[in-house]
Design a protein around this ligand. Structure first.
Ligand code: ZN
Length: 127
């Protein structure tokens, strides 16, 4: 009986005896479908051909999905980094400070001009 599908099959592969498979099927089954197959357990130690093919597909699918996520995340990081260079906070602060100084200077001139006029007008009747 196949450990994964529970069916009686002719092309069963013993997970503990099969040497033709270089990959560690027990580790793959544990990692990708979260089933612990141990030599000591009294459950079937065999998997069938169709289940092995499905296992390959699952491994492929999971690995591809994980690789895509890493790729997308690094693209998002690159994109965010580029944007922060465009709107450099220090540069923006400098610009704001420059505009502020210019504004303060022009306000001071404006107030000085007004004060001079007021002073002059107020002085006139005194003479
Ligand atoms: Zn099976």
């Amino acid at each position: 009986m196949c450990r994964l599908c529970g069916l009686q099959c002719y092309d069963l592969i013993n997970l503990f005896e099969d040497a033709s498979h270089q990959r560690n099927l027990i580790a793959i089954i544990k990692k990708y479908i979260r089933i612990n197959v141990a030599l000591q357990d009294s459950l079937p130690h065999h998997v069938c051909g169709p289940c092995l093919a499905k296992l390959d597909e699952v491994v492929d699918f999971v690995d591809t999905s994980q690789a895509t996520q890493s790729k997308l995340n690094s693209q998002l990081r690159d994109c965010t980094a580029e944007r922060s260079i465009e709107v450099n906070e220090d540069k923006l602060y400098e610009l704001i400070q420059d505009v502020k100084v210019e504004l303060e200077e022009s306000e001071t001139h404006f107030i000085d001009d007004l004060n001079d006029e007021d002073y002059g007008e107020m002085l006139l009747p005194m003479y």
